[in-house]
Design a protein around this ligand. Structure first.
Ligand code: PHE
Length: 459
């Protein structure tokens, strides 16, 4: 394998910002609230936090280790000396990135649309539920999907550093403060307490599910909910598909990988958490709960405009515009990291130019996203297949590789290390994460074919 000279991040902050840029996105603002609504609130949030510690953090450290240790894009990172048989895992990452971006871009397209509709004032007048239904699938959704993919591709064409590093610095704090401000506004709305109860006071019974086996029934942890929470930790931290590996391949040796893990994960978590503090009080104070019940996937897009309408006037319009503008940018920095995985792999594997690699994959992903733009049912399914199942498959094999196969992992981790979390990390990555993921994968894998079948046959 030819030695390739890798670009390095300009500064340590450059890497952190890019990784946070990848992590923070629709996963925090759209996916987290929608899953929380779907799985009944606080008990889901509780599971999500537990799994963040048990699975999310160790896997994040693992990806940083592999990326920095190899200085290669995922496919090549996984095919180093004598470890050739793991090559395919890199291809799985590319496939997953392709799958996720194809529908992610459709949702990001909705944010572009909402941003423009804030400006024209349309969003301030509509019935938000009906409006969401009318724009979330069909020709319009397709056009905005195209627009968003074109922007993403354009940026990735330009190279690694330019664009990515710069935009995040301003964007993430702005998004944070806007959300925070709206959360405070929501607090003062009548009925908001109901929302906090739903979001923060777990109904522990919710964690259990009744299963029947051989005629007798028993209660056990709700495995579907557990799998959704685990999938969300992967999705929201950009794990399981090589995005973090790719970014970490540009990282220098002085960095403390445990420290980086904590910074990235904590920033990401706080954004999701305040997104919930903003959304659930609004849902309950505007009595949207029934409307949302039918299609939790639109939770964010149905709820927020209601709030902006209530705020009303210039303020409502301006806030609405800025909010969707920031959200669109946050989605963009995540989309860039998804496309970067596909592109850098094509470059490293086939020796083609960045231009051709980015343009080719951008176009293919746009086409791959057409069904999701035309049918929200398909989008939902694609999210379950790529955004949950495939990420967890990737994460499962990755932890096996790093915990049991990669010989240089511990040495790599020690470089720049400031506090020794290796024993704990190794324990989790070897004995906790793989069996937990395997169990959850079997659970989802069991039901996925049925879901696909039901979707295809329209039942
Ligand atoms: N983490 C991103 C988000 O929350 C999505 C993403 C998933 C990005 C996987 C890269 C890889 O929006």
């Amino acid at each position: 394998m030819a030695e390739i000279k890798r670009e390095r991040w300009g500064t340590r902050a450059g890497f952190i910002l890019a990784a946070i840029g990848s992590a923070v996105g629709l996963g925090n603002m759209w996916r987290f609230p929608y899953l929380t609504a779907e799985y009944g609130g606080a008990s889901f949030v509780f599971l999500y936090i537990v799994l963040l510690f048990l699975i999310g953090l160790p896997v994040m450290t693992a990806e940083l280790t592999l990326g920095r240790g190899s200085r290669r894009s995922p496919v090549q990172a996984l095919s180093q000396k004598g470890e050739q048989s793991w090559h395919w895992l890199g291809y799985l990452f590319v496939l997953t990135g392709f799958g996720i971006l194809s529908y992610y871009s459709v949702i990001a397209g909705w944010t572009v649309r909402y941003m423009l509709d804030s400006l024209t004032g349309i969003l301030m007048e509509v019935n938000t539920g009906e409006y969401f239904n009318s724009i979330s699938e069909g020709q319009d959704a397709l056009i905005y999907h195209l627009l968003f993919m074109a922007i993403t591709t354009g940026i990735v064409l330009g190279g690694v550093r330019k664009g990515i590093e710069r935009s995040v610095k301003l964007l993430i704090p702005t998004l944070f403060f806007l959300t925070f401000g709206l959360a405070i506004w929501a607090f003062y709305q009548p009925g908001s307490m109901e929302g906090y109860r739903f979001y923060l006071a777990p109904n522990w019974k919710n964690l259990l599910e009744t299963y029947t086996l051989g005629g007798s029934s028993f209660s056990f942890l709700n495995l579907n909910m557990l799998a959704a929470a685990a999938g969300q930790t992967f999705f929201t931290l950009s794990l399981g598909m090589g995005a973090i590996i790719t970014y970490a391949s540009y990282l220098s040796e002085e960095e403390d990988l445990f420290g980086e893990t904590l910074i990235i994960s904590f920033s990401n978590f706080s954004i999701s958490f305040i997104a919930g503090l903003m959304i659930f009080p609004i849902i309950f104070s505007t009595n949207l709960i029934d409307e949302i019940g039918d299609s939790t996937i639109g939770t964010l897009f149905v709820t927020l405009p209601e709030a902006f309408q209530k705020i009303g006037g210039w303020w409502g319009t301006i806030l609405s515009f800025f909010f969707f503008f920031c959200l669109m940018l946050a989605a963009l920095t995540s989309a860039i990291s998804l496309l970067e995985v596909v592109t850098s792999t094509l470059i490293d594997e086939f020796n083609i130019s960045r231009k051709n690699a980015a343009a080719g994959s951008g176009l293919a992903i746009f086409l791959g996203g057409v069904p999701a733009a035309l049918s929200i049912g398909w989008l939902d399914l694609a999210d379950r297949i790529s955004g949950q199942f495939l990420l967890m498959v990737g994460g499962f094999f990755l932890t096996i590789y790093i915990g049991w196969v990669m010989k240089s992992a511990l040495d790599e981790l020690r470089r720049g290390m400031k506090f020794n979390a290796i024993p704990l990390w190794l324990f989790l990555i070897r004995y906790i994460v793989p069996p937990a993921l395997l169990a959850l994968l079997l659970t989802i894998g069991w039901e996925l074919p049925e879901k696909i079948f039901n979707f295809l046959t329209g039942s």
